[in-house]
Design a protein around this ligand. Structure first.
Ligand code: HEC
Ligand code: HEC
Ligand code: HEC
Ligand code: HEC
Length: 211
């Protein structure tokens, strides 16, 4: 019973302290808001650095991986940045009074990887030319690159930032905010960008076809 009282006293004491702190924070103090926001930042989830699509090519472009890199490179995702220099993009941009779509945040947010990420996370080798990269769908790989390639280590890889892509992720870009949007059907769309590790049977078939 004594123990319980002690815990209660401690709890209310802590609540009072917290309340006092919160009230003191409410008063606008011109000199300290920066410190307060810095404090809040420490509770943010860890952000992961970008490594670029060529890093994935090293391992994921073999026949046993179904040449995933080449498959991606053949999709419009890989050309999403260069497409912003095309005729259609110029027309779309003109209508929206945007001078250069390859320089406009209004277009780049969906046409390149991690547009809003800090320069530090993107690193020196980051290139918008790579368009909508592997890391857009699988997460920035700075931390999971070294953990995700081990067997039965998915839990760790996910903790390190590996993302399991879902329809929700696609719809973050494939929506009405896209000036050229004409609807999005996940089941059909996923078939056009799909890639997977081939089964033994599939491997034998592609070998026989001499691909
Ligand atoms: C050093 C080789 C290597 C590199 C580089 C590499 N991977 Fe992998 N990756 C692997 C191996 C091996 C596996 C299979 C791990 C297993 O056995 O579960 C894998 C599995 C995966 C998976 C499936 C994971 C799951 O749990 O479903 C994804 C997605 C993936 N890699 C994406 C990437 C991306 C994106 C990049 C580039 C940023 C990349 N990998 C770079 C070797 C590599
Ligand atoms: C909300 C995300 C988003 C924004 C913002 C966005 N796009 Fe796109 N863009 C897409 C997606 C997704 C596609 C492919 C499907 C579609 O057309 O919606 C696409 C396709 C395109 C295409 C190819 C269309 C075709 O029919 O071949 C062009 C050109 C284009 N966008 C230009 C632009 C320009 C220019 C801007 C900036 C003014 C812009 N986009 C802003 C997501 C976006
Ligand atoms: C970061 C934004 C973004 C995300 C996330 C995204 N896409 Fe896209 N997608 C685009 C843009 C931009 C284009 C158009 C590029 C162009 O036409 O130049 C596009 C084009 C496509 C196309 C046409 C590809 C082709 O080669 O014909 C398909 C299909 C597609 N996306 C499916 C998906 C699916 C499925 C997902 C989720 C697993 C997804 N996208 C996630 C931005 C995105
Ligand atoms: C538009 C989104 C998108 C892009 C871009 C993308 N992937 Fe994927 N990837 C997926 C989806 C969806 C799956 C299937 C779901 C899953 O396995 O979690 C997948 C599965 C995988 C797998 C597991 C395959 C298997 O059968 O085990 C690997 C490895 C992989 N991707 C690597 C890559 C690499 C490397 C790139 C770039 C060269 C890339 N992906 C680009 C969406 C994408």
């Amino acid at each position: 019973m004594k123990k319980l009282t002690a815990i209660l006293v401690l709890f209310f004491g802590a609540s009072l302290l917290w309340w006092g702190f919160a009230v003191s924070q409410e008063k606008p103090k011109a000199s300290t808001p920066k410190a307060a926001s810095e404090k809040a930042d420490t509770t943010k989830a860890k952000e992961h650095a970008y490594v670029g699509a060529t890093k994935c090519k090293m391992c994921h472009n073999t026949a046993t991986w179904g040449k995933i890199y080449d498959k991606w490179a053949a999709t419009k995702h890989a050309a999403a940045y260069t497409a912003l220099a095309g005729e259609k993009a110029q027309t779309v941009a003109k209508n929206l009074k945007i001078e250069d779509p390859q320089k406009s945040e209004k277009c780049l947010v969906c046409h390149v990887a991690g547009y809003q990420a800090s320069a530090k996370l993107k690193g020196e080798k980051y290139s918008m030319e790579e368009g909508v990269t592997c890391e857009v769908c699988h997460g920035p790989a700075g931390d999971y690159l070294k953990s995700h390639n081990k067997k039965d280590n998915e839990k760790q890889a996910i903790a390190d930032g590996l993302v399991k892509p879902t329809e929700e992720l696609c719809v973050a870009c494939h929506n009405k905010q896209s000036p050229t949007f004409e609807g999005f059907k996940y089941e059909e769309a996923i078939k056009l960008v799909e890639h997977h590790k081939p089964t033994m049977e599939e491997l034998k078939k592609t070998e026989a076809e001499g691909k």
